[in-house]
Design a protein around this ligand. Structure first.
Ligand code: PFF
Length: 462
């Protein structure tokens, strides 16, 4: 068995895994994470359900998948880290080297995302202990709500868990352990999937399964706002790890004879299925217990523990579930830190350990601002003078800036770069798709994806 390639190493090691498998594992490890299980259900709850889910699914299909294919293609053709792949392709197409800024923006966005991602990863890590120690058994919804509020109100505990999560992420990146970790995706991802199915099974016994299914899949457009459309679009990028260069980095290891289209579709479908399963596990519990679907980022931490409190073997299932959630978050966090570390290595010739300490340390520091937003600074809304940002804490703003601005902007730029500036013949050669499929992808990438992103942006600004 051989290593799954680490981002930035330009050799492709091959062995037991086919590269298609290696790519799918690495890309799915990055895509499936807190975005699917923590973020998707709560933003769906906040944005009214069905219509939001429909827009999100459309965004995945007509914007996410074509852009993922473009990112992977750029990575494979460029054959280097995102910055150098962009540089090579821009040079070959006789374009301005300024296109490299796109990859620079990706590094910045990774940095900001990781800072708060690690705080939420810390929440999940703390719930491993909560579930394992049997504290959830037999608790009421109120008691579980109080437990969660207790965690958010305690900056010291949040800091400890954030530090642990970030420390684990840095450890893997500093030691270049990715290969082993990604191999475990083959066991842990299916395990997560099965556990989610068990949770959906449990949720179906609450008597509110039909209500949850209607909430998620019956669109009520009167509940959809223009903000909601932007959030759905931003989440499509966030959940597929797009607009930031991660898929470019992974694409650089993909062998020439492997279909970019098939692999991109596979990763996107897996990611979407996990999110929908999480929704089907959570909303029946929300409705059965009279909880508020729009209660925000704490949604899964107030609903799933309630299921674990009531079901037989709840402590065991709860512990395993949170371990798997932490693992899924961890593989995503690593994919965020890795490109920053590489960029520092390339930029300054710094060694890997120093780069990891510097990048991870700064992310950790910025994470403290998100921690304080949950308690001491919860009333601090620095951009409240703009109606769009009213009531948003630092944590909310960092999330908004990255998911709803930087990632879609990054994706838009990728679509324009590949669709309008790279040679069609080169794209055809890389994708090797039958003509009608290539034509479809090319038109969507040139016209539909960028225009859709631009329209959503404009509507939200005016
Ligand atoms: N896709 C990850 C998730 O859904 O949790 C988050 C993420 C990872 C976003 C890597 C962006 C990224 F580059």
């Amino acid at each position: 068995m051989d290593d799954v390639p680490a981002v930035g190493t330009s050799t492709v090691k091959r062995g037991f895994w086919s590269s298609r498998m290696a790519f799918i594992l690495a890309a799915t490890g990055s895509a499936v994470g807190l975005g699917n299980i923590w973020k998707f259900p709560y933003i769906t709850g906040e944005n009214g359900g069905g219509a939001f889910v429909l827009v999100y699914l459309l965004c995945i299909a007509i914007i996410g998948i074509p852009i993922m294919m473009a990112e992977v293609l750029i990575g494979r053709r460029g054959g280097h880290s995102p910055i150098n792949s962009m540089r090579t392709l821009a040079r070959n197409a006789k374009l301005t080297p300024r296109w490299v800024w796109l990859a620079g923006m990706g590094v910045f966005a990774s940095f900001v995302i990781l800072s708060f991602y690690s705080v939420i990863g810390g929440w999940a890590t703390s719930y491993v202990l909560t579930a394992a120690s049997g504290q959830l058994s037999g608790q009421s919804a109120d008691a579980i709500g109080a437990m969660f509020s207790g965690l958010l109100g305690d900056p010291v505990r949040l800091l400890i868990w954030h530090s642990l999560f970030m420390g684990l992420t840095m450890l893997v990146v500093a030691r270049g352990l990715r290969g082993g970790l990604e191999r475990s995706v083959t066991i842990l991802m299916p395990a997560l999937f099965i556990l989610l199915l068990i949770m959906v099974g449990y949720a179906s016994t609450t008597g509110h399964f039909g209500e949850a299914a209607r909430f998620l899949f019956q669109p009520d457009f009167s509940r959809l706002t223009t903000q909601g459309v932007l959030i759905a679009l931003g989440h499509a990028f966030f959940t597929l790890s797009l607009g930031i260069g991660v898929m470019m980095a992974y694409g650089s290891y993909l062998q020439q004879d492997i279909s970019i289209a098939r692999t991109s579709v596979t990763v996107s479908v897996l990611d979407t299925v996990v999110a929908l399963l999480a929704g089907m596990a959570i909303f029946p519990i929300v409705f059965a217990n009279g909880l508020e679907p729009g209660s925000g980022p704490g949604l899964i931490f107030q609903t799933l523990p309630l299921a674990f409190a009531q079901m037989p073997w709840g402590s065991v299932f709860g512990t395993v579930f949170f371990v798997l959630l932490v693992f899924a978050a961890w593989t995503s966090a690593i994919s965020l830190l890795e490109p920053i570390v590489e960029w520092l290595e390339e930029l300054d010739g710094m060694n890997r350990v120093t780069s990891t300490l510097l990048a991870g340390g700064l992310c950790w520091l910025l994470g403290i601002a998100s921690i304080l937003s949950l308690n001491a600074w919860s009333g601090f809304t620095p951009l409240a003078m703009f109606p769009l940002f009213e009531g948003k804490t630092i944590f909310d703003l960092l999330d908004y800036l990255t998911a709803n601005v930087l990632l879609p902007l990054g994706g838009l730029t990728v679509a324009v770069f590949a669709g309008w500036f790279l040679k069609r013949a080169m794209l055809e050669e890389e994708l090797a798709l039958p003509q009608p499929w290539f034509g479809l992808w090319y038109s969507v990438l040139r016209y539909i994806s960028p225009v859709a992103v631009a329209i959503v942006f404009v509507y939200n600004l005016v």
